[in-house]
Design a protein around this ligand. Structure first.
Ligand code: HEM
Length: 410
């Protein structure tokens, strides 16, 4: 692949331990607007304005790379995936028009504001139940107690997954992150691929189950849309939508909750402020999405040669859109390295993407995070980080949040 006039950074490796521990330290070193990273074979785009330009031009920048395995897979693993129906362009986020709209339109219809609003009492009751379970503990892991189980339980029940299968689905989602956004060892790829095929089959069987016994859930809403015009939305396509939602509606929100709590507790004054003034919580969530987004990177691939930020990109150039860097761009935000609960324009962040693929669950994810924070602040107005902890992160390029976040109610 030609890199023409593009700077090359041999040292940039977003899966290295140093990068995973602190990408912001790497970011702070002067970054050109666009550079090529041989470690992953991607062009890294760092500026807000350029990333926005990419999102706004889907004809030039295809979504096909959005979920492709970052590292090439072993032939045996590829074979298992293909046989299991996990094709290279498997779901909504990585389809271009018109195939994308075929899935997005019915999904958006079923994922209506009405259905999201109707979930509020369930989200509140689930958060209460989860926090009741650790009541009285002098210290607890916020991720295990709340940030992980809350979004998982909510999105699975919204979809209509029976509760007994939640644990299995959570495990498959972890494998999916490793497959598409990580660098799994060849010996692990076969197991991961086998799980992905099982995950696909599960979603297809869930659709059959809901055809036979519809419920008050999103899967049944999609089947009702299929019944109106079977050609417009097939049962296989419904399974694909559920596959998208089960993953997208889960780790992303876990990261959003834990990143927000971490950033608030880093300066206890921030926590005390939101505990005293809970109407600041929506702002805290937006600021966290700008300052430390739970989806740090998204991907595109060029459909033709094009110039971006003065750099000539060939056709089929794979782009690493560094959303976390866009949030720290001085040209886009004043004093971007400062976490500011009162920032007037934090919601201009690109943490949910932009344009045709703009995150379908943005309002839903934010709502869950707001409810989680409100419950926490009400119960624990003096919450603090447990001292001396080093945060660890799942080794993938996109989904980011501490794996463990120990806190003390005081
Ligand atoms: C709360 C944190 C979340 C973040 C930071 C996030 C981020 C993103 C990003 C960056 C994209 C790609 C956008 C683009 O290509 O322009 C996306 C797409 C998507 N998200 Fe989210 N997301 C979150 C939560 C959710 C939730 C809760 C759901 C559903 C329950 C969801 C469902 C989706 C779907 C289905 C897409 C693909 C949309 C399409 O291709 O048309 N997300 N999200």
């Amino acid at each position: 692949m030609t890199t023409t006039n593009c700077p090359v950074d041999e040292s940039f490796d977003p899966l290295s331990p140093e990068f995973l521990a602190d990408p912001f330290a790497v970011m702070a070193a002067a970054q050109p607007p666009v550079f090529f990273a041989p470690s992953i074979g991607y062009y890294v785009v760092t500026r807000y304005q350029d990333i926005e330009e990419v999102f706004r031009d889907p004809a030039t920048y295809s979504a096909a790379a959005a979920q492709a395995p970052l590292a090439p897979l072993a032939p045996e693993a590829q074979q298992i995936l293909l046989a299991g129906g996990h094709r290279p362009q498997p779901s909504m986020a990585s389809l271009d028009e018109p195939a994308h709209a075929r899935l997005r339109k019915p999904a958006a219809r079923a994922f209506s504001m009405k259905r999201v609003t109707a979930m509020i009492p369930t989200i509140e009751a689930t958060a209460t139940r989860l926090l009741d379970a650790i009541d009285g503990a002098p210290e607890f892991d916020l991720v295990a107690a709340l940030a992980f189980p809350l979004p998982a339980n909510i999105v699975f029940s919204l979809m209509g997954v029976p509760e007994r299968d939640f644990g299995q689905l959570k495990q498959w989602c972890g494998y999916r992150a490793a497959l598409s956004w990580g660098r799994p060892a060849p010996e692990d790829q076969v197991e991961i691929a086998t799980s992905m095929a099982a995950y696909r089959r599960y979603m297809r069987a869930l659709v059959d189950l809901k055809v036979a016994t519809p419920g008050d859930d999103l899967a049944s809403d999609l089947i009702a849309i299929h019944d109106e015009a079977p050609d417009r939305l097939t049962l296989d396509e419904i399974a694909s939508i559920l596959f998208s939602l089960s993953f997208a509606g889960h780790e992303t929100t876990t990261g959003l909750i834990s990143n927000t709590v971490r950033r608030l507790l880093e300066d206890p004054g921030r926590w005390d402020e939101i505990a005293g003034q809970p109407d600041l919580i929506p702002r805290a969530v937006e600021e966290s999405l700008r300052y430390d987004p739970s989806v740090a990177v998204w991907r595109r691939v060029t459909t033709r040669p094009v110039t971006l930020a003065g750099v000539h990109l060939p056709e089929a150039a794979k782009l690493y859109l560094w959303l976390a860097a866009a949030g720290r761009d001085k040209a886009a935000f004043a004093e971007p390295d400062r976490f500011d609960l009162h920032r007037p324009d934090a919601e201009r962040h690109l943490a949910f993407g932009k344009g045709q693929h703009f995150c379908l669950g943005a309002n839903f994810g934010k709502l869950e995070a707001q409810i989680a924070l409100a419950e926490l602040a009400l119960r624990y107005p003096r919450l603090r980080l447990a001292p001396d902890q080093e945060f660890t992160f799942h080794p993938n390029i996109s989904f980011r949040g501490p794996q463990v976040l120990k806190v003390r109610p005081r």
